[in-house]
Design a protein around this ligand. Sequence first.
Ligand code: CDP
Ligand code: CDP
Length: 212
Amino acid sequence: MTIVVAIDGPAAAGKGTLARRVAQDLNLAYLDTGLLYRATGFSVLQEQGDPSDENLALAAAQNLQPTDLENDALRHDEAAQAASKVAVIQSVRDELLAFQRRFAAEPPAGKNGAVLDGRDIGTVVCPHADVKLFVTASTEVRAQRRLKELQDRGLDAIYAQVLKDMKDRDARDSQRAAAPLKAADDAVILDTSDLDIEEVIAQAKSIISERT
Ligand code: CDP
Ligand code: CDP
């Protein structure tokens, strides 16, 4: 028996940090599904294309190679914004769905299951996940976290700009027709605004052990 843990939520809520720790501590395979959208969007940008162009975005999704996910440039906000533009296109989402579902259903031998993080894992990709967590925090706290990350990497960043970019992306993710960002009805909501990483991990692990 393997387990599937779905983690969704808005940008910089702490999904990735939590998912990586859960994967490590429970011996689960981890997929950061945002990377698929980032790599698709970035590939269109590299060809000087518009990520909102369906033909270009779909071709980029169809041609994704595993090594495309390892590009350091995917961490930049330019890739995040492009990701959220290709992510509104239903045909792009359909193209990326099979890979995500296979990852959840067939984790590598020796693993106890899989944890996936993104926006629509509990609602669309893995609607039958054993545990669904919706990780969130106030927009201001999330913008502060992203700002600190950028500054720690030595990048020039201004709070007001980071906040604006985050609001734009959250709006695009929440208001789109295709698999919008929202908590599944059976998800447990974890507001991390006033929690540090260790507190979030402890709460999540106790919810997972209750449900599996
Ligand atoms: O994956 P997602 O964009 O949701 O967030 P993340 O990359 O896991 O976390 C964004 C930043 O917030 C990281 O620098 C984390 O260390 C930090 N963080 C935090 O300060 N407190 C938390 N409870 C969770 C994350
Ligand atoms: O780390 P952060 O939360 O900032 O972003 P991400 O998880 O890397 O996702 C980048 C963008 O990809 C999001 O803003 C969404 O538009 C899109 N995405 C999605 O639509 N569905 C997913 N399952 C994952 C990401």
